[in-house]
Design a protein around this ligand. Structure first.
Ligand code: PRP
Ligand code: URA
Length: 230
């Protein structure tokens, strides 16, 4: 969807589709649109694709952390005065949906030093677009953590739904899950929310639709291929 920016960087025309209640987008600024335009461009070389994707991932992680609950905390400053602030309530972990989700791990580690990260290997069948689960390795105490689920693309929603099922089988409640992605389709969001309305989703951008091969349109092609093999 085309967009125009105002002087303060807000994007005016990207009104986008109506989102399910627990889904949100990053602030639709001209800067974000410019970063996405670079990674959408089929002629962008792999090194730039990685650099500008990583910038968007960092914005997504920072926004994701804004959604975690905090509790009051008072500290003494070096001036001898106290400051009434907050600290995060509870621990977090990341879970990446391999292969492409692994690209988001570094951005999470930049914000949350020594964060535990689990991995779920799910691959879409190239013909049917149905997800197949191959492997999952999760932190043992994942049920007691907030989970930042990482995958750059939400297309049909099949992979995300399968990953959430694995998390729930391991004791995680749907309301403990925050799913971060770069580009979502309206169909994928609707599918996911028909099964898991309590999961929070933050997308950098929500695109128009899926094509007949279940690729996101306009999208950016196959994220994993572009990030890992150019
Ligand atoms: C891509 C992407 C998501 C999935 C999205 O992965 O990273 O995991 O497709 O599609 P869906 O919403 O229709 O399930 P893919 O299976 O192509 O594997 P990759 O990570 O190895 O690229
Ligand atoms: N996976 C991708 O990488 N891109 C799409 O458009 C759909 C699924």
């Amino acid at each position: 969807m085309a967009s125009t920016s105002s002087a303060n960087g807000a994007v005016a025309a990207q009104t986008g589709p109506t989102l399910p209640p627990n889904a949100s987008r990053l602030p639709q600024t001209a800067q974000l649109d410019a970063l996405l335009t670079i990674i959408r461009d089929a002629s962008t070389p792999r090194s730039d694709f990685i650099f500008y994707s990583d910038r968007i991932i960092r914005l997504l992680v920072e926004e994701g952390l804004n959604h975690l609950p905090t509790v009051p905390q008072t500290v003494m400053t070096p001036t001898g005065f106290s400051y009434s602030g907050v600290s995060f309530q509870g621990r977090i972990c990341g879970v990446s949906i391999l292969r492409a989700g692994e690209a988001m791990e570094a951005g999470l580690r930049e914000c949350c030093r020594s964060v535990r990260i689990g991995k779920i290997l799910i691959q879409r069948d190239e013909e049917t677009a149905k997800p197949k689960l191959f492997y999952a390795k999760l932190p043992e105490d994942i049920a007691e953590r907030w989970v930042l689920l990482l995958d750059p693309m939400l297309a049909t929603g099949g992979s995300a739904i399968k990953a959430i099922e694995v998390l729930i089988e391991n004791g995680v409640k749907a309301e403990q899950i925050l799913f971060l992605n770069l580009i979502a389709s309206p169909e994928g969001l609707a599918n996911m929310y028909s099964k898991f309305p309590q999961v929070k989703v933050i997308s950098a951008w929500v695109d128009e639709r899926l094509d007949e091969k279940s690729y996101i349109i306009p999208g950016l092609g196959d994220y994993g291929d572009r990030y890992y093999s150019g």
